[in-house]
Ligand binder design. Structure first.
Ligand code: URA
Length: 276
């Protein structure tokens, strides 16, 4: 889905980002990176809205405490809760399918498929390319060196995988020697991610790196062109930026990546302002 199919959406998102910047105090709040992403800022109580605290990464819905206290259970609270349980159950079923998937050659080399990690109904769904060695070992996304940097990047705008984000990848199994997943492998795995998106209902998508952005947008545009723009995926604003591993290789990319993160933050602030 390219933004060409929604010629006005990208402009609308840009306008919203500008409004969000104004709402958030714009430059006044844009001073985080003295040593860009070196240290994650302290978690602030007023960090960007926590849409859901219901984690989903361990496949199990059994014995889970209700996300909301069950006092004064109104009909709508009860139906929200049962919807959440349905979503968690559907995600767990999908995760079980992914773990036994043999649809492409990547399955033969994996130790663990990496389904995803984070909360249901996340404010932001972060999408990477595919698991690396550490992720393949642990079965969790972005837990190696680039994952540590990703966590700092997210924290710089008040996002946390255990509070208001979900992290997933285009392909769920590690490509050998960390090679780029082939177009066939991406296409074969894509239905899993699409189903995750339908179930998770993210408000925004952050694509980490060229492969993720290209696969999500069905474009061959390079990351230097894709970043610094706001795109659209099925009605969800999508912000492409550099992959954290690119930032580890080339420090000069940290500044533009920070600009992209601020753009995402502005969109979030705009939405929050519109809902206040
Ligand atoms: N790189 C990715 O794109 N995804 C991961 O999960 C880890 C590293």
């Amino acid at each position: 889905m390219t933004d060409e199919s929604y010629p006005n959406k990208a402009a609308l998102y840009e306008a919203l980002a500008t409004i969000g910047d104004a709402l958030a105090g714009g430059l006044r709040r844009s001073t985080v990176p003295a040593g860009l992403f070196e240290e994650a800022p302290e978690r602030e109580p007023e960090s960007l809205e926590q849409r859901s605290a219901e984690p989903h990464d361990a496949a199990s819905t059994e014995g889970r405490a209700p996300a909301r206290a069950p006092f004064a259970a109104s009909d709508s609270l009860e139906s929200d809760r049962s919807e959440e349980i349905d979503t968690a159950t559907a995600l767990s079923a999908l995760e079980a399918e992914v773990k036994t998937c043999t649809r492409c050659v990547l399955s033969s080399g994996r130790h663990k498929a990496v389904f995803g990690q984070g909360v249901i109904e996340p404010l932001v769904l972060v999408i990477g390319e595919g698991p690396g060695a550490e992720e393949d070992k642990q079965g969790l996304p972005f837990v190696g060196a680039s994952g540590q940097l990703l966590d700092k990047m997210l924290a710089s705008i008040g996002l946390y995988r255990d509070q208001n984000c979900y992290i997933a990848n285009i392909v769920k199994c590690r490509p050998p020697n960390n090679r780029e997943p082939s177009p066939d492998e991406r296409a074969t795995c894509m239905p899993y991610l699409r189903r995750q998106i339908t179930l998770l209902k993210p408000r925004f998508i952050l694509c980490a790196g060229r492969t993720a952005a290209q696969a999500m947008l069905g474009t061959a545009e390079g990351i230097n062109k894709l970043r610094a723009t706001i795109r659209d995926f099925d009605g969800i604003p999508l912000v492409p930026t550099y992959h954290p591993s690119a930032l580890l290789r080339d420090e000069s990319l940290k500044r533009p990546a920070w600009e992209d993160l601020k753009r995402l933050r502005s969109l979030i602030e705009a939405e929050r302002g519109l809902n206040d």
